[in-house]
Design a protein around this ligand. Sequence first.
Ligand code: KE4
Length: 434
Amino acid sequence: MKYVPQNFSKSIDSYQKAQQFIPGGVNSPVRAFKAVGGQPVFMEKGEGAFLYDIDGNRYVDYLGGWGSLILGHRHPRVILALEEALKKGTSFGTPTELETALAKEIVAAVPSIEMVRLVNSGTEATMSALRLARGYTGRNKIVKFEGCYHGHADFLLVKAGSGALTLGMPTSAGISPNIIAETIVVPYNDLITLNKVFTREGENIAAVIIEPVAGNMGVVLPQPGFLEGLRDLTRHYGALLIFDEVITGFRLAYGGAQEIYGIDPDLTCLGKIIGGGLPVGAYGGKCHIMEQVAPVGPVYQAGTLAGNPLAVAAGLATLRALKQPGIYDDLARKTKYIVSNLTCIIHEAKAEVTINHIGSMVTIFFTPVKVKDYQTACYSNTEKYARFFHRMLVQGIYLPPSQFETCFISLSHTEEQISQTIESFKKAIAFTGT
Ligand code: KE4
């Protein structure tokens, strides 16, 4: 019996109530369905690859906690680790051995990380990494790429992706022009422009920060030679190269995108998966840079709940589960199977749709143009995506409520759920129109 959501009355009521107390009724803008219209669905629980809303509807989940839940919801190993941690307490504000264990696991996994600091979110990780880069180099300017999203620190909310792009506000209100003046934005995959920027400003650039595989304008891959060129340029001018692997870290490989592309960044930012669904971020890199961080060095960064024992327990259990041989091959195989079936449906329907994917990251773009940067991502027909999103939703498939995000396949997605997804996709494409 195919499961089809019947009604959303409790979500509609809850949304009305939430808006009285929380701006937009949500604690993060992209959850508000602004880009796809309609009312956000309030979830009750998750189990494996399923989400269950407060009206009792069930969905196959491709949001996966925005990429955090590579094992799926409530993985037994994560739940057990949390139960064990809870027996001892929730927060100590002191060093604990579990934090050292997670740090050690990250250092062992990520080729370029020799030392790492745990924080509470991806935003804190990127904000701190850039402060460290400025402190280490004594320079002020930073370079980011159009459409990349690195969290909501003031100086990074410039031509940003994800929720900022979704809501059509890639540069936020409330940010001092002086702050933005030190952020240089370059098109993704554009080494020529980057070269010109470095020729002009190279001596003043503290760091370049990049999503080595972009996930926040939808999935956009680095073109051959792009990351290598970026590494050469930053090294030549003495700017730090920061890989924002908040999405790709432990997602594309156990060593992240840098393991796949063979690039050695100076600093790496992590989040999502390393918290196993609880709030954790991290930034790390070479010892001689990380030793500039307080209390060893002069670059200050702190956090009441940094290294929180529950979050660290969930993250450690997740990373240990990911060390099993063949895990990433399984994820890639599942994803390729889904993408090949969706591609056949797109061709048969002659739909103006293209798919970018890598590992277990997928974006279905409603444009016939191959998306390779922010500009081509913006060719997407967001109205069509909105219609497609809702047609999938009422068939029990939960996708990101924005064209400019990533669908995540988890280890818990089953063949049956994947078949349901493919069937639903075929009906949704027919409904959406080509
Ligand atoms: P957080 O502060 O949201 O934990 O992480 C910020 C961040 C940094 N770097 C990258 C590459 C990221 O993708 C993110 C956050 N990702 C978005 C979704 N694409 C979070 C969803 C939201 O904002 O609600």
